[in-house]
Design a protein around this ligand. Structure first.
Ligand code: PGD
Length: 793
């Protein structure tokens, strides 16, 4: 019997203004909404009336808000409390002792002070990567960075797990990354002008509900419907058919994972070989096209990257490759690359090769043509909303210069003193003694969780602020219970948002939970800089202050009182954004509006990158075999390629305890999509419990058979809470977290980005008694007499 499953959860119905009127306004990374209180207790999210396509994730909010895994009281790991700080072979196998706030704060402040005195501020890691929650004042990382900066500084982290590889590459090849990340054609321009979208990685509708800080209007689903109505063709290049919603006129190119660069080079070869490229554009706007063309035509290495060569690597028939190249040259064509493609080993290459392909077509800077990066990766790519800088908390300086690229966290903890390459520099890892994390879940977001578990054993102390008992909280020594956005006052909005939303408090804090600001203010008080941290303001006074400063320089902004009473302010529109790409001026006159690259042009070959001599990132786009792809030697033993992409039913690991995420579990675990032919070869049926494994670890998952994945490919989205079964090394996750399987290696020595997207695996039916999922209950909690807490269910 087919298993009901949600490949891309249906949108919530739009709300009417009346039902929103009695709700408390708020916003979230998945959009603005109101909170309505139900008669017998409980809450109901009401979508914002201006939102044409509210996020399905709203349905996960009520269950997560009061879930049994909420952290009620400060807690300290028993071993740390009894034996003091110090490295452990592994954290997370002991119970926690719940302690009064003052005791937890005294312990944390004394330990911060000890580490600073004995080892210096660079021994404190405060990178604290993560999405936390929406809200400009109570933004957990901003609060923590302000606190640690005033404490004397901390080792920080740079870039993101989202597009960290592109962020390092793009300055070399286009100058300002925004030129292609947010400055390419807007959706209205695409729907008006584009005839063909060649979408590498697709335009995954599941991601467009999510934007950092939220959006009030989710417009991308409407634009995709407009594309369908206009008949714009989309060449979907992805192993997953669901990377583009049904609707637009679609030609599916089910490419082998990790081989997009080879396909791009094959397309480029046809353009060059058949003289379909725009030489005048290359001459006027690019540098290094001769180097790139020589490589593609095989003049430098003797291998022509023609369609037959590409076909053997990427699995798309050569005649389809040639036909697509000819169509691209014959139409207003937009080449797009999702961020997921750069979340891989050699992740620079598909971005750079995609840009080079678009340059050959000569349409960069034209409305609806050229290159874009991240359509469908997030809700605001291609959005036309205002670009107002919203009010935010000043973080102040960090006196410590040391940093890591964020995806190097395990290397930092495991290899103090070791050197590594990053962005053309040679850096050294400091010796970290204390980790302080607020608003992120590294045991969700990092790769090779078995290795991360060993790395988290190394520091003397780990302090975590969390709303829920996530795996990261369970790996901490001191845990502070944080409020959620619904339990405090704030204001919020995303980068292109149409509204600034007043976030009213709509629920009482759970247990003794406090805001991150309150926790850090109390620590700052104990460490002697409480007044400097708070500037003598209450959180409400901070909101008034930050809003007031911003309103004074923002035309038409109402008073704080009026804004707060109205629950929102609609930001002024900026119509010019709608039609011009950021590269339009460059296209009009590259001499007058040069790019900030060394040549002032788009660099199809970069002398600066070439001079670094990096074997994993040469000076022009190139096909480099990753360690793990269907053609790798290890594929003989691990014949399936796992795609660990963004989930449709939650935000990363957030809301995994909510109704929408839980409804999509299969056999009580995360759902693994696999092709019926691969399932039949392993005697796996729909709904079976399966074990997914490789040398780094294993996890359990529920099988979903579908022809919408390419044979040889399995998909297991990220975000199921890590649930290691005791006694398993390498780890076995009972719940289906794919990061037990992914590799903790850098995308390259240039960018040091994360490679979480792909891993070679094998899958088998799970026989016998499966270990239960335990992560949806809190860990063992003791009171100060050692008795088990009476809150345990
Ligand atoms: P979240 O689940 O959003 O994941 O990684 P990230 O760490 O951002 O974690 C945020 C945490 O903050 C949650 O645990 C939540 O409970 C907590 N939180 C929320 N509000 C507050 C608050 O007010 N205060 C405090 N103290 N805590 C709060 C996401 C990262 O994962 C990203 S951005 C990407 S793009 C990556 N994607 C992939 C991928 O595609 N494939 C793999 N394999 N791995 C990935 N990891 C990355």
């Amino acid at each position: 019997m087919p298993v009901p499953w949600i490949p891309s959860a249906p949108a919530s119905p739009p709300a009417d203004a009346d039902s929103y009127a009695d709700a408390s306004p708020t916003t979230s990374h998945w959009g603005a909404f109101g909170v309505r209180h139900l008669p017998g207790g409980g809450i109901e999210p009401v979508p914002h009336p201006a939102d044409p396509s509210p996020s399905p994730l709203l349905g996960g909010v009520p269950g997560a808000l009061r879930h049994v895994t909420r952290i009620h009281r400060p807690a300290v790991r028993r071993g740390w409390l009894e034996h003091g700080s110090g490295p452990r072979e592994r954290r997370a196998d002991e119970p926690f002792v719940e302690v009064p706030w003052d005791e937890a704060l005294d312990l944390a402040a004394a330990e911060l002070d000890r580490v600073r005195r004995e080892h210096g501020n660079r021994a404190v890691f405060g990178g604290s990567y993560g999405w936390a929650s929406a809200g400009r004042f109570h933004h957990a990382q901003s609060q923590l960075h302000r606190f640690l900066g005033q404490f004397g500084g901390f080792t920080s982290s740079r870039n993101s797990y989202s597009n960290g590889t592109s962020y390092v590459l793009l300055p070399y090849i286009v100058g300002d990354p925004e030129m292609v990340l947010r400055g390419a054609s807007s959706w209205p321009t695409i729907t008006a002008h584009t005839e063909l979208i060649v979408a590498f990685g697709g335009i995954p509708a599941k991601n467009v509900h999510v934007t950092p800080g939220g959006v009030t209007r989710h417009t991308t689903p409407g634009h995709l419907a407009a594309l369908a109505a206009r008949g714009t063709r989309v060449a979907l290049v992805s192993p997953l058919r669901d990377d583009l919603p049904d609707g637009p006129a679609t030609d599916w190119y089910p490419v082998r994972p990790a081989t997009d660069t080879a396909l791009m080079l094959g397309l480029a070869h046809t353009l060059l070989h058949e003289g379909l490229h725009d030489q005048a554009f290359l001459d006027r706007y690019t540098a290094g096209s001769d180097v790139f063309a020589a490589y593609v035509l095989g003049k430098t290495d003797g291998t022509a990257k023609d369609a037959d060569w590409a076909s053997a690597i990427c699995g798309i028939p050569a005649d389809r490759i040639r036909a697509l190249a000819r169509r691209m040259a014959d139409a207003r064509t937009l080449v797009t690359v999702t961020w997921s493609l750069q979340r891989a080993q050699h992740g620079e290459q598909p971005v750079w090769a995609g840009l080079a392909l678009a340059a050959l077509l000569g349409q960069i800077g034209l409305p609806g043509g050229g290159f874009g990066h991240g359509y469908g990766s997030m809700g605001d790519t291609g959005d036309t909303g205002p670009q107002t800088r919203l009010p935010h908390l000043p973080q102040g300086p960090n006196p410590v210069p040391d940093f890591i690229p964020c995806a190097r966290i395990a290397d930092l903890l495991l290899h103090p003193g070791e050197s590594y390459d990053y962005d053309g520099a040679r850096l050294r890892y400091p010796d970290i003694r204390l980790v302080h994390w607020a608003g992120g879940n590294p045991f969700h977001h990092h790769q090779d969780l078995g290795r991360l578990r060993r790395a988290f054993g190394r520091p003397d102390t780990v302090i975590v602020h969390e709303t829920h008992w996530t795996a990261t909280a369970r790996h901490a020594d001191i845990v502070f219970p944080a409020t959620t956005a619904l339990e405090r006052e704030d204001f919020g909005g995303g980068r292109h948002d149409t509204h600034l939303i007043a976030m009213h408090r709509s629920a009482d804090p759970v247990g003794e939970a406090r805001d991150d600001h309150a926790v850090l203010a109390a620590l700052a008080g104990r460490l002697g800089f409480g007044e400097r941290f708070t500037e003598g303001r209450t959180p409400r006074q901070w909101l008034e202050h930050l809003y007031g400063e911003w309103a004074a320089r923002t035309e038409g902004a109402p008073s704080f009182e009026d804004f707060w009473a109205a629950g929102e302010w609609q930001l002024p529109e900026q119509p010019a954004q709608q039609t011009r790409t950021l590269l339009a001026d460059f296209r009009a006159d590259p001499g007058a509006a040069p790019l900030t690259t060394p040549s002032g042009r788009i660099e199809l070959a970069s002398a600066r990158i070439a001079a670094l001599g990096l074997p994993d990132c040469p000076g022009h786009p190139a096909w480099l075999e990753p360690d793990e792809w269907p053609g790798a030697p290890d594929a003989a033993r691990l014949p399936l390629l796992l795609i660990a992409n963004q989930p449709a039913t939650r935000l990363h690991s957030q809301l995994d305890t909510g109704a929408v995420s839980l409804a999509a579990k299969v056999a009580g675990r995360e759902a693994l999509q696999l092709h019926p032919a691969d399932a039949a070869a392993r005697s796996i049926s729909d709904g079976d419990l399966v074990r997914v494994f490789n040398d780094r670890g294993a996890c359990l998952a529920g099988a979903v058979l579908t022809g919408r994945v390419r044979p040889g490919v399995v998909r297991l989205p990220t975000g199921a809470w890590f649930d290691p079964v005791p006694g398993h090394e390498p780890p076995l996750c009972a719940h289906g977290n794919p990061n037990v399987l992914t590799a903790d290696i850098p995308s390259s020595r240039l960018s040091q980005g994360c490679v979480g997207q792909h891993a070679l695996v094998e899958v088998e039916r799970y026989e016998g008694d499966p270990p239960p999922v335990t992560v949806r209950r809190p860990p063992v909690l003791l009171d100060s007499d050692g008795a088990t807490s009476d809150r345990l269910p």
